[in-house]
Ligand binder design. Structure first.
Ligand code: NAD
Length: 229
């Protein structure tokens, strides 16, 4: 079975009703990321960071996977597929994908603020004073700016990129590092690379590169249909 790696960002979930960060109607137009989504913000005002992510959880829980998430899952009928996502929502899983690596965390979980390996299912809003079993404050299981990606997921993603015969990149500005560097682990000089994004963006020059300048819900099913033939 050929291997496909899929690398996704906020754009794939936009048509499910989850705003991206950097588009003109994105979240960073409304919130200052320095105040709500950095490690410094967590250290200085954890209550505000919790409030921001509690609101995201409530918003994301109402969202359903769209035809792009669902089409990508269909590829598993013919390929060995690994989804590497920067998204903290779980729409790939809800859309049917069975192997999803969350390199920036999973907002439906909480974790200890002292030990990132202590992860729990989320049971509702996290408040100041909510503690893990060993007594440290809980926070959402998301990677904040100024933090590293989780090592296990990072290594698994490198492997998925290195081993892939085909790479599909959907809905990412490739502006967040080191996540964006992951695609350089794919053999893009030789193997087919598909990029689906309604806007022009920074991508490696590749011989077999195909840029589909479309929204995810149009571009992804089109490419999946081709690959399933
Ligand atoms: P980004 O906001 O930097 O970029 C979004 C990209 O999506 C842009 O290139 C834009 O042109 C493209 N896009 C917009 N509408 C689209 C559509 N309908 N179909 C396909 N593409 C579309 O997002 P990023 O590159 O993922 O990086 C931002 C970080 O924000 C990530 O680390 C991610 O964890 C986080 N984030 C996650 C979610 C989520 O979980 N759904 C939402 C917002 C941000």
């Amino acid at each position: 079975m050929k291997k496909i790696a899929i690398f996704t960002g906020a754009g794939i979930s936009k048509e499910s009703g989850i705003p991206t960060f950097r588009d003109s109607d994105g979240l960073w137009e409304k919130y200052d990321p320095n105040l709500v989504s950095t490690l410094s913000a967590w250290n200085e005002n954890p209550g505000l960071v919790l409030e921001f992510f509690n609101a995201r959880v409530r918003q994301y829980s109402k969202c359903e996977p769209n035809v792009a998430h669902i089409a990508l899952a269909k590829l598993e009928e013919k390929y060995n597929v690994t989804v590497v996502t920067q998204n903290v929502d779980t729409l790939h899983e809800k859309g049917g994908s069975s192997k999803v690596i969350h390199i920036h965390g999973n907002i439906t979980q909480s974790k200890s603020s002292e030990n990132s390996n202590l992860i729990y299912p989320l049971t509702g809003d996290i408040k100041i004073g909510d503690k893990c079993e060993f007594g440290s404050q809980l926070r959402h299981n998301v990677v904040l700016f100024e933090e590293n990606m989780p090592e296990k997921e990072f290594q698994e993603s490198i492997k998925a990129m290195e081993e892939a015969d085909i790479l599909i990149v959907v809905g990412t500005s490739l502006a967040v590092f080191p996540a964006a560097n992951l695609i350089s682990c794919f053999n893009y000089l030789e193997s087919p690379l598909y990029i689906i994004n309604p806007e022009e963006c920074r991508f490696p020059k590749a011989r077999k590169r195909r840029f589909i300048k479309e929204k995810a819900t149009i571009g992804v099913p089109r490419i999946v249909d081709e690959l399933m033939k």
